[in-house]
Design a protein around this ligand. Structure first.
Ligand code: SAH
Length: 462
């Protein structure tokens, strides 16, 4: 370890910035954010400083750097574009045992500035020891994406109860276990869902029932998107890491399942056409049973759970059993697949509305409001329509759409197995029959399908 990472309390301490440029301004702002009194020494100031100087936040000294500027200074940052001055500041500061940072010049520094992920009071600092600040920044961006902004509130609420929890437990070990459980359980989820008050009540309740408490289970109903793991939401990813058990559908791709916590139990509840592995009713009951056992249950569904996903039914059962649950939206097949197929679902010139329907066949019929569908300037997206494709196309023509209306069927959209067949209402059924498509497939009907030719961008490798 070349440097010792520490978090310095500079509140109300005088810190000096030497230099008046943009970089100096950024450093000064950072010091202000940490509550310091900031003095700036420079012959001229960049306009970035204006507001702060005007509001009296910064004490500005319009001079060149001199040794006396270091008098009573707790920390100094040199950010001039003149290396001789920077060096002079560094040497003078070191003689006086004042911590000094020279921007982009590690040799002249006694401390270096990390990249910061600010979830105050939670702070994460990343440093490459001055070797590659860009790498540290890249890592920082990745962490930013990984750590929900609301962790700031999780930390402050936990802070509020710290003393109380400390008094409750005699053994530090038990206290640690309590916090681990609280912070990895419903408490954090409640704060992340914006229910701070409920979270605090829950925390206090857990504390009171600590001795005889059995863990409270919960269910996360999560949309996994149309198949490509890149299209998962951050929230889905996070819940996937903390579930004890995952109950997943056929549509959830292997690549996505791979990203679920390694030691979570996996239960397949896939529903293939005419071959229901688990009936809906038993899935509902399974979720209830697992949650009642105290498990954090991830109910992972393809696309969005509230669009042809029966998500509503599953949480109705949970609600009736008073089991806590939350719903995480996913990218539904219509928007994911359309995007990857280069078919905008609406377009000022071609379609002002878009309608999602299911083309599920029942007794060789599809029960849809055809007159409502067969309208001009409307895009129709049909889920579960592969088997019913001939009936669909025929009915749309019978109800008034021109047989030349463009139509497409897309297999396994957004994934490396994406395949698109385009034609018209007249030709699509035969064109589709000629190629062997593997479900899931999505049908898009409307003038917008014409755009595919020019707007296609995604090139699956296989
Ligand atoms: N809740 C899901 C839909 C479930 S119904 C969602 O919001 O997307 C299942 C149907 O979704 C499939 O029959 C198919 O029509 C469609 N579908 C889901 N993923 C798809 C994909 N990657 N490519 C094409 N169609 C898909």
């Amino acid at each position: 370890m070349d440097f010792l990472p520490i978090f310095l309390n500079i509140r109300n301490k005088v810190c000096l910035v030497v230099g008046g440029g943009e970089v100096a301004a950024r450093k000064a702002m950072l010091l202000l954010q940490a509550g310091a009194q900031v003095s700036v020494v420079a012959p001229e100031l960049d306009s970035a400083f204006n507001a702060y100087v005007a509001r009296g936040k910064i004490n500005y000294c319009a001079e060149c750097f001199q040794l006396e500027h270091l008098h009573n200074i707790m920390l100094v940052i040199a950010a001039t574009n003149d290396r001789t001055i920077n060096q002079q500041v560094s040497e003078a500061a070191q003689q006086r045992q004042i911590p000094v940072n020279v921007v982009d010049d590690p040799k002249l520094c006694t401390f270096i500035m990390p990249s910061i992920i600010d979830r105050s009071p939670l702070l994460i600092a990343v440093s490459s020891g001055g070797q590659s600040p860009v790498l540290a920044r890249i890592l920082r961006a990745q962490l930013e994406a990984l750590i929900p902004v609301a962790y700031a509130r999780v930390a402050s609420i936990a802070g509020k109860f710290r003393q109380q929890v400390k008094q409750h437990f005699i053994h530090p070990e038990k206290r640690r276990l309590f916090w681990e459980k609280v912070l990895q359980g419903p408490f954090t989820e409640m704060v992340l869902a914006g229910k701070d008050k409920t979270a605090q009540d829950y925390l206090l309740q857990s504390l009171q029932h600590e001795k005889d408490e059995s863990p409270q289970g919960e269910v996360y109903l999560v949309g996994a998107g149309p198949g490509n793991p890149d299209l998962l939401t951050f929230r889905a990813m996070r819940l996937m890491q903390q579930a004890d058990v995952v109950v997943y559908d056929r549509l959830v791709s292997a690549a996505i399942l791979d990203m679920v916590r390694r030691d979570a139990t996996r239960i397949y509840a896939g529903k293939e056409r005419n071959k229901h592995t688990l009936e809906q009713e038993s899935i509902n009951q399974l979720l209830v049973r697992l949650a009642q056992e105290g498990k954090r249950v991830l109910r992972l569904k393809g696309g969005d759970p509230f669009i042809f996903g029966r998500g509503g039914e599953e949480i109705e059962t949970l609600a009736s059993h008073h089991i806590p649950f939350q719903v995480v939206p996913g990218i539904t097949a219509a928007s994911g697949v359309a995007a990857y197929a280069g078919i905008p679902l609406t377009h000022r010139d071609y379609a002002q509305s878009c309608i999602f329907v299911t083309g599920h066949l029942k007794n060789k019929m599809i029960d849809l409001d055809w007159a409502h569908l067969a309208r001009p300037n409307q895009t129709i997206v049909i889920y579960m329509g592969l088997l019913g494709l001939p009936v669909l196309c025929q009915q749309l023509i019978v109800h008034g759409l021109p047989s030349s209306t463009p139509a497409a069927i897309i297999q396994q959209g957004t994934t490396q197995k994406q395949k698109i067949v385009t034609g018209t209402l007249q030709t699509l059924p035969n064109l589709t029959a000629a190629v062997n498509l593997t479900p899931p497939t999505l049908i898009i009907v409307g003038e917008v399908v014409k755009l595919h030719q020019n707007l296609t961008w995604f090139e699956p490798t296989s």
